[in-house]
Design a protein around this ligand. Structure first.
Ligand code: SF4
Length: 632
């Protein structure tokens, strides 16, 4: 009998090669040490997918994992984590998505689904309450993401089935293919859609009707009400709720932190044509929210007229407005939204897609690429007619699209001829929509993220928008004023480490980082500890919770380390240190990562030469077995 409530207490094991599906008991020790979600996936990956396993081979594991707070009455409890070795980076990979799938899986009676092997023919996994079966997906193969979901719902005869599906990009093993989650949300990064495609798994489809049992419902209810009250009283709640992440476009542009023209600049002169106001006035239809979320940052949009009339979509994010907008010098909002919708349907990560295109456009500009290379496509900045032609070519690996489907790092290696100096990635992951020259903590976060360039691992929002009150409340006055200054480097290692550990916990609980935890910065360690106690009955002090966050993050770094990652890989592309930013508050600035990185290793207790957690550090986290493997 599983001792903790809030969990279903079991997970599904699926061997796609053999066509076997079986129920396994959730290990209480795993829950105590890693909580669930991201932590559960990290531990399983460490134990089962070694350096000899190719990410696109049957031996890779694909893990869908919820957490103890997922599906509860907590605010924003609708997230789930997908974990596997990444085919884009070859190291630890994960992606997180909101929507309804995570809660539905728990209502069906499962904490996680783990898939291995490779099916001989396309299949999808149908889960209905305590039953799970593999079903033929031959007729679904080749369909777009929404087409797949609609067809599954039609076959099932239930419009409320929740799905995780891949589009043609995942089927064709595009290295940054994402997984589309009901409805139009994405577990986008790291190419986990390609892992799904390599297994010939077209979809997961889930319907659940059961309850989630809570250890202390009264305490959780009180806590939830208190947190909701705090969220609603937060001064930026109305803006976050009204505009979602697009609301920060103008602010980031003014800071010089809005990557433009493949990171040549951090500000775009036409940003007001693709910002939240432009988006809202042109295409807003209504607000929508993920499961149980009072923030409702999500929106439905529809283009009213013109060449893309009636194109509708949701979850238009800041990152996409950057990647398919400023970064390729596109100010045509309708074409941007059409490209966003096309990426969703094809199952492409908009960030990596946009970066591969902006990289190719810069290479065209530099005359490193020509018409012979591109199959006759001129790659002029901002030419959306070419971008809209390229997207299906990438997803289907046709012509020049086949090269772009490999991601920026492999593109630069294949092209040669000096392309490398314009390749904007860290550890093979395309850099998201931040410029470290204008926000030093983000530069460090891109480098220390365990999945390659990423803003969401550390998610340093305290100095992004300058929350002095929250900075003081969280860290004490001693860290001010540098902590909240984007261009300062002092204390940024501390901010990044705390964010990474806290983020590892949040991604292991099933809570959202875009809601109360990081963006509104109202929910912090003590609140999560209290929520876990009330939900599960597990004792959870802040000290214990911080240790869990550190354990998860250190284990991810160890996973990267056994795949050959060292401190030599902890670096930003040359552009950030060699070319001063021409725009915004960061005008004339470059970024020197080294002092912050030294401080970061020291705070983490990592070996400063190798950039690995020391055996002593791993011992203190209960990871002696990991230390023995890594340092032998
Ligand atoms: S804050 Fe936005 S992304 Fe997060 S759960 Fe709410 S609606 Fe979803």
């Amino acid at each position: 009998m599983f001792p903790y409530l809030g969990y279903a207490g079991k997970w599904l094991w699926v061997d796609l090669t053999e066509g076997k599906v079986e129920s396994r008991d959730y290990d209480p020790l795993l829950a105590e040490s890693y909580l669930g979600g991201n932590g559960f996936g990290t531990r399983l990956l460490w134990e089962n997918v070694g350096p000899d396993v190719d990410a696109l081979s049957p031996e890779n594991w694909l893990i869908f994992s919820t957490g103890p707070l997922c599906g509860t009455v907590m605010p924003n409890p609708g997230r789930m984590e997908v974990v596997a070795k990444s085919p884009l980076t070859g190291i630890y990979g994960d992606a997180n998505s909101g929507g309804f799938l995570g809660p539905e899986l728990k209502f069906a009676g499962w904490d996680a689904v783990v898939l291995t092997g490779q099916s001989p023919a396309p299949v999808y996994l149908a889960i209905e309450d305590g039953q799970a079966t593999l079903r033929d997906a031959t007729e679904l193969w080749g369909l777009t993401a929404s087409g797949t979901e609609q067809e599954i719902r039609r076959l099932w005869g239930d419009a409320l089935v929740k799905t995780a599906v891949i589009g043609p990009a995942g089927e064709n093993l595009v290295r940054y293919a994402g997984i589309q989650i009901t409805a139009q949300r994405s577990a986008a990064r790291c190419g986990l859609g390609a892992v799904m495609g390599s297994k010939r798994l077209k979809a997961l489809a889930v319907r659940g009707h059961g309850p989630i049992r809570i250890a202390d419902p009264k305490r959780l209810s009180h806590l939830s009400l208190e947190l909701q009250r705090r969220l609603l009283a937060n001064p930026i709640f109305p803006a976050v709720s009204a505009h979602g992440t697009p609301g920060i476009v103008s602010l980031m542009n003014a800071m010089g932190r809005f990557p433009t023209q493949n990171f040549k600049a951090g500000g775009y002169e036409n940003a007001d044509r693709i910002n939240a106001d432009a988006l809202y006035s042109r295409a807003f239809v209504r607000n929508v929210a993920c499961f149980g979320c009072p923030v409702a940052c999500d929106k439905v949009y529809q283009i009213p007229d013109g060449p893309f009339a009636n194109t509708s979509l949701r979850s238009v994010e800041y990152e996409t407005l950057n990647a398919l907008g400023a970064c390729i010098l596109n100010d045509d909002l309708d074409a941007l939204l059409a490209a966003n919708r096309l990426c969703d349907e094809l199952g492409l990560d908009t960030i990596s897609t946009g970066r591969c295109i902006s990289f190719a456009m810069e290479l065209w500009d530099e005359e490193i690429l020509n018409l012979d290379d591109t199959g006759g496509l001129p790659l002029r900045w901002g030419d959306m007619s070419v971008v809209l032609r390229l997207l299906p070519m990438i997803a289907r690996r046709e012509g020049f699209g086949n090269l772009l489907a490999e991601g920026v790092r492999r593109m630069s290696e294949t092209i040669g001829r000096g392309a490398e100096q314009f390749a904007m990635h860290v550890k093979g992951m395309e850099i998201p929509g931040q410029d470290g020259r204008a926000q030093r903590s983000m530069g460090l976060a891109h480098v220390t993220s365990t999945r390659g360039a990423d803003h969401l691992k550390a998610f340093p929002t305290i100095d992004e928008t300058g929350y002095p009150d929250e900075g003081r409340r969280r860290y004490g006055a001693d860290y001010l004023p540098e902590l909240v200054q984007p261009l300062a480097t002092k204390h940024k290692a501390f901010l990044v480490k705390d964010g990474e550990d806290f983020g590892a916990v949040i991604d292991s609980t099933g809570m959202c980082k875009s809601g109360g935890t990081f963006v509104l910065a109202e929910i912090y360690w003590p609140d999560i500890g209290a929520a876990i106690e009330a939900t599960t009955g597990m004792s959870m002090s802040v000290k214990l919770l911080k240790e869990i966050g550190e354990r998860i993050y250190n284990l991810q770094r160890c996973y990267d380390a056994i795949h050959g990652i060292t401190r030599a890989d902890d670096r930003l592309p040359r552009r950030f240190s060699a070319e001063p930013s021409p725009t915004g508050n960061a005008r004339g600035q470059t970024i020197d990562i080294e002092p912050m990185l030294q401080e970061y290793y020291r705070l983490r207790g990592w070996d400063a030469t190798k950039g690995w957690p020391t055996p002593e550090k791993l011992q203190t986290l209960g990871l002696g077995d990991v230390a023995a493997c890594l340092w032998r």
